[in-house]
Design a protein. Structure first.
Length: 111
């Protein structure tokens, strides 16, 4: 098994999922903040919802619960954590994997 390729694959998948998590978070919370701003006349920025990218406590849980009741699919921070874990695991595997000599064949009967 080529661990360098496995590490590369995990890192790429993790990076793509991390980008997807960020886009989902941004799309969901920008619409929520826009709706809240219209309803209250207040002005909130995406920085106010930044902690909802990686956590689901407090106001994030309240917004997710209300959105779910309204029939919307709320952002799930578990995707962020799975993506980050895949990215980090891929990088660790890639860095620690040893390069096998070019053309070296493993002889199963030699051992």
């Amino acid at each position: 098994m080529d661990f360098k390729k496995l590490g590369n694959l995990l890192a790429v998948i993790g990076a793509l999922l991390l980008a997807g998590a960020f886009l989902w978070w941004f799309s969901f919370y920008s619409s929520v903040l826009r709706d809240v701003g219209r309803a209250t006349g207040g002005d909130a920025s995406m920085f106010d919802a930044m902690h909802c990218l990686y956590g689901s406590d407090g106001a994030c849980a309240l917004v997710s619960g209300i959105s779910s009741l309204a029939g919307r699919t709320p952002y799930e921070p578990m995707l962020f954590w799975f993506a980050l874990a895949a990215l980090l695991l891929g990088v660790v595997i890639r860095v620690t994997a040893k390069v096998s000599p070019a053309g070296a064949k493993v002889d199963k009967d030699a051992a």
